[in-house]
Structure formats: C-alpha cells, structure tokens
Design a protein around this ligand. Structure first.
Ligand code: AMP
Length: 222
C-alpha cells in the first residue's frame, strides 16, 4: 500500500504517519525529517538546503525528487510506504506518479488532513521535536513524561527553528500557494479522502484506520 499524507504544517502528519507505520507495517518517509538529518550531519545536500528550511521555503523539486527516488529503493519500502510532506507541488506529484509507474506501482490513497489556521499556529508554537527519532510533543496536550526529554529514545527535545510564528505564517502561505493545487491533482484522480484533523490524536487516527482498512481490503481482492 502506498499512502500520501497531505496537509499544511501542524496538521499532525508526522504523528499520524508514525501510528500508521506501526499499525499497517509501512515505511514512514518524511522529507522534512530527511532534510533536517542532512542539515544536522553537515552534508553537501544539508548545506544546500539549510537556508530554505530556516526560511520556510520549499527546497527545489529536483533535489527532493532525487532524494525520494533513492529512498524508495531502500528494502524497507518494499512492504509499502507512507509519504509525509511529499509531494508538496504539482511537478513533484507528477514526477512521483512517473517514478511509481516505472516500477509498476501507484499511489493507493491520499489522506488530506484539515485543521483551522488558528489551531495550527497554536499547535506549532507549543511543539517540541525530537531531533533523533522525529517524534513531536505538544506542551499543552501531549507533553513528554520527563520534561524536555523524548519518551521514545531519551534524546533532549528541541524547538524547530522554523516553528517561530513568523516562519509558520510563511509556511502556511507557501502551503496555500504551492501545495493546495496538489489536493486538486489527487481529487481529480479520485484518490483524495478528506480527514478532519481537529480531534484528538486517537480520534483522527481512528478515521484514518477506517479509510486504510477499506483500501487494504480492496487491494487484497485485487
Ligand atoms: P516539514 O517537516 O514537512 O514541515 O518540512 C520542513 C521543511 O522542509 C519545509 O518547510 C521545506 O523547507 C522542506 N521540505 C520538506 N518537504 C519538502 C518537499 N516535498 N518539497 C520541498 N521542500 C520540502
């Protein structure tokens, strides 16, 4: 099963992707996490993309597509995968379709998480992030058990440099201009399912489970 998770920053894509990864045994592919790891390692790619990430701008399509093409060749992706944060532009979506078609594959379903802008800004200003495993916490609704420490791997949590209110507003504007057309692209393909992302983590996940169980059932019947 190949699942795309769409939704502006702060709609819970990363959190839901981790739950889907566990429940459906799919590989979680987050372009944001991959890019942050490149920046942290000081690689050539990291140097190239750092400025885009700090400013909340999109990294050029060709760099991202090359990164994804390599990533889906990894053996763990053979069992199927969830794309989190990709595609973010129509050219990326078109290139993904071609890339999959060449491998005899296709996107099965696109989940579009919907959350109001006020809620997004409040979620992101309360967000802490684990730079090691990528897990996110919300200081008011889902704080870590030990202050400032990741429950999963014990790493010290940080605030993402692009979670300041100014950069968040800009990221939302970029999402509205560049990523909204991707929603239309998948709606036209009949693959888009809107998910109300305002509820609790469990409520949103339960809506996602029913959609994915249906998709899996259809796949099983061929
Ligand atoms: P995220 O963690 O998904 O919010 O992504 C953080 C940042 O990484 C974005 O603001 C972009 O600078 C960059 N990024 C992540 N995914 C993509 C993508 N598919 N296309 C272009 N830039 C991306």
């Amino acid at each position: 099963m190949i699942v795309v998770l769409l939704g502006p920053p702060g709609t819970g894509k990363g959190t839901q992707a981790k739950l889907i990864e566990e429940r459906f045994s799919l590989a979680h592919i987050s372009t944001g996490d991959m890019l942050r790891a490149e920046v942290a390692s000081g690689s050539d790619l990291g140097e190239k993309v750092k400025g885009y990430l700090d400013a909340g701008e999109l990294v050029p399509d060709d760099l991202i597509v090359e990164m994804i093409a390599e990533r889906i060749e990894n053996p763990d992706a053979k069992k199927g995968f969830i794309l989190d944060g990709f595609p973010r532009t129509v050219p990326q979506a078109e290139m993904l379709d071609k890339m999959l078609e060449n491998r005899g594959l296709a996107v099965d379903v696109v989940l579009n998480l919907i959350v109001s802008e006020d809620k997004i800004v409040s979620r992101l200003s309360n967000r802490l992030y684990c730079p090691s495993c990528g897990r996110c916490y919300n200081l008011s609704t889902t704080p870590p058990k030990r202050e400032g420490i990741c429950d999963g791997c014990g790493t010290r949590l940080v605030r993402r440099s692009d979670d300041s209110e100014e950069v968040v507003r800009h990221r939302l504007q970029v999402a509205a201009e560049r990523t909204a057309p991707v929603i239309k692209y998948y709606r036209n393909q009949g693959k888009l399912v809107d998910i109300d992302g305002e509820g609790s983590i469990e409520e949103v996940f339960s809506s996602i489970i029913s959609v994915l169980e249906r998709v899996k059932g259809k796949e099983g019947r061929g």
